[in-house]
Ligand binder design. Sequence first.
Ligand SMILES: [Mg+2]
Length: 400
Amino acid sequence: MRLQTVWRARSLLQRAPVSCTFGRRAIQTASSTRVPDFAFAFDIDGVLLRSSKPIPGAADSLALLKEQGIPFILLTNGGGKHETERVAEISEKLSVPLDPSVIVQSHSPFAELVNGPDEERALENKCVLVAGGDGDNCRRVAEQYGFKNVVTPGDIFMANPSVWPFSKNFSNYYKTFARPLPKPLDPTDPIKGLKIDAVFVFNDPRDWALDTQVIMDLLLSSQGHVGTLSEKNGRVDLPNHGYQQDGQPHLYFSNPDLWWAAAYPLPRLGQGGFREALEGVWAATTGGPSKGIELKKTVIGKPYQGTYEFAERQLLRNRSKTFGGAADLPPIRRVYMVGDNPESDIRGANSYRSEFGSSWHSILVRTGVYSGGDPAWAPKTIMDDVQKGVQWALKASKWS
Ligand SMILES: [Mg+2]
């Protein structure tokens, strides 16, 4: 399935409740001044916030852009909460009112798979596994997106703790949110039991071992039935040696970041770390790339083209609203992408090719993952922090 195509079909953020705080204020200011032909995209962690604390100058920078009617979007590989909840938190921490339409989280595009590119591929009424995040927060986000049957690895564990006996130490945790399965497991005839149609890693898994086991089980299953093992696995006469050739659920990851900036002085492993670990287990089990066997999956989030396309379309919609829906707005010629992670923010901005004709100018700041030296992906500009980056960009765009 080509997610980019799906993204064009519908937008979660078009359906998100929209308050007018941003639009009214910007219209009042912008209507009497020229329309900017540039915009900003900000990463959040390590740029605006670090360990939930505001980075100095971040709030003033956003407030200034709002005041000037300069459009911006928050483009994050983070997630685990619904967009409205996440924006409310950021607004409070920065003391800057923000509209839910300004944020694109890593898993936001998953919402468009509810209806899919067509009825046959719609997942609304199918059963999906959602992994990652605190408790079952991500399940509730998925339900808000419109998925009707959402199962977590914790639900499967609580239904049959022998699926991963070492998680018994965490039973009290899983008890707080586990729900009965929409269809029970059937150990005597698993094909009649629970069937999973898609696997989403929404956010960083908290129990890597259980999530690895449950996802591996599904990738090796027949048709996604929990407790089965496909007879096609290992057959050399089939593509991919028979692996993932038996109607197993497709696997989606929302965030490729190997590292992220947290309170600890050194970067911490992100969802990309979990994916690498799973790929390692997959390769050890199947033979992996040395035998020409791949793990078929879809990865979204920065630095991928589709995520930047999704963000730019949202940016253009917001800009149109800001200026009262005027049809003759000049195009956005430049978008400044301010980020702290060379692998995601900078690489993505440098490689993105806009269908709207804009060029993306990467600005790397030193307040997060990047701490100096030659970055793996060279930005167009390096600045100490977001405020200096914004000031530099305004000057570069001759905005006084
Ligand atoms: Mg970051």
